[in-house]
Design a protein around this ligand. Structure first.
Ligand code: PLP
Length: 401
């Protein structure tokens, strides 16, 4: 009965991972997949997570029970507080409903499904050009149409702010706009706070609906509150929005699939109805979310000492990213590599849109065993002081051949 099913090729990024794992060269360097690594390129387990896991092992009483459909109540409360701020009026007024979802991806998917079912103004989602490769899939799968707004300017390697404003201005009233809260994937380019303010004013005046994706809170400034400012601006004006949060990168909990979807509503009554409907979206998909990752997050966020330790580790991760940017930029400058590479230090978060074209990326792969996506995106967290010279050599060769 399945004989008619055609084979589809592997997603390029995953195909690249397979090629990387088969490459026997010790010099090989994976700058493709978007995960944070140590200086030696090893997976990074946060100390605070290690500490919490030891404590959790000793408390097995309710540990393997089912969670409710909306997940762990304490985790939800703390997640909303983390992203909206401890004094958020929206939280105090009970206008926010938060449900635990399967990481950022699951939160985006549930949010998309909820909008397809209950948001009747426009079924078009505008997303930045370019955006995280999986973004269109979450919304397409829910039956929503995808359009893009200009975002990255290859000429300046920065934000095409005018283009973004023009495209949002000409979007139909009520359209959904997907925004990355900070550390934009794949470009490494974020609007400034005054620019966010302008984006907010425009979107509110046109009745565009904001859907925030927050996967890297703390990775830009090293400060969790500062990196949530874009979202908090939109919440401070009393309007509605949706927020998908991921703990994959910021707590190194990739495989635990832990995240949250928050919907900020106009009143507590609406929030309560929204939550009841979210349950109906979640139930037929997976009934209820897993418990372990949420237990880790809740244990960290509820304890002042552990939360402090976590924020110090986030700052260290962000500092390492900044240091890798500086080292790569310095190496290219010292080699006299043709071109202006200052965008590497201007970009923020985990990624840099290097400006290398697919041919140059392919050359670097063949000659230097460097694995990155063909759009030239570099995961700065995949670099270490020992590997910077190798990458600089490869870039130099790629742009001078
Ligand atoms: N959103 C953005 C911008 C991402 O870069 C990613 C992962 O790379 C995700 C969401 C989804 O990640 P996860 O499902 O692991 O939270």
């Amino acid at each position: 009965v399945f004989a008619h099913i055609p084979h589809v090729p592997e997603v390029p990024l995953y195909a690249m991972l397979v090629a990387f794992s088969k490459d026997p060269t010790p010099l090989k360097l994976n700058l493709g997949i978007g995960v944070y690594r140590t200086e030696d390129g090893k997976p990074f387990l946060l100390n605070v997570v290690r500490r919490v896991e030891r404590l959790l092992v000793n408390d097995m009483s309710t540990f393997k029970e089912h969670l409710p459909t909306t997940g762990m109540a304490e985790f939800n409360r703390l997640s909303a507080k983390l992203i909206l701020g401890a004094d958020s009026p929206a939280i105090k007024e009970n206008r926010v409903t938060t449900v635990q979802c399967l990481s950022g991806s699951g939160s985006l998917r549930i949010g998309a499904e909820f909008l397809a079912k209950h948001y009747h103004h426009q079924h078009t989602v505008y997303m930045s050009q370019p955006t995280y490769a999986n973004h269109p899939n979450f919304f397409n799968a829910a039956g929503l149409a995808i359009k893009t707004y200009r975002y990255y300017d290859p000429g300046t390697c920065g934000l095409d702010f005018q283009g973004m404003l023009e495209d949002l201005s000409s979007a139909p009233s009520g359209a959904i706009v997907l925004l990355q809260a900070c550390a934009h994937n794949p470009t490494g380019v974020d609007p400034t706070l005054p620019q966010w303010q302008q984006i907010r004013q425009l979107m509110r005046s046109k009745g565009l609906f904001p859907f925030f994706d927050s996967a890297y809170q703390g990775f830009v400034s090293g400060n969790l509150d500062e990196d949530a400012q874009s979202i908090r601006l939109f919440v401070a004006d009393g309007g509605e929005c949706i927020i998908a949060q991921s703990y994959s990168k910021i707590m190194g909990l990739y495989g635990e699939r832990v995240g949250a979807l928050s919907i900020v509503c106009k009143t507590a009554e609406v929030a309560s109805c929204v939550e009841s409907q979210l349950k109906l979206v979640i139930r037929p998909m997976y009934n209820n979310p897993p418990i372990h990752g949420a237990s880790i997050v809740a244990a960290i966020l509820k304890d002042r000492d552990m939360c402090n330790e976590w924020s110090i580790e986030v700052k260290a991760m962000s500092d390492r990213l900044i240091s890798m940017r500086r080292q790569l930029f310095d190496a290219l400058r010292d080699k006299g590599t043709p071109g202006d590479w200052s965008h590497i230090i201007r970009h923020v978060g985990m990624f840099t849109f290097s400006g290398l074209n697919p041919k140059q990326v392919a050359f670097m792969n063949q000659e230097y065993h460097i694995y990155m996506s063909s759009d030239g995106r570099i995961n700065m967290a995949g670099l270490g002081p020992q590997t910077v010279p190798h990458l600089a050599d490869a870039i130099h060769a790629a742009v001078t051949i």
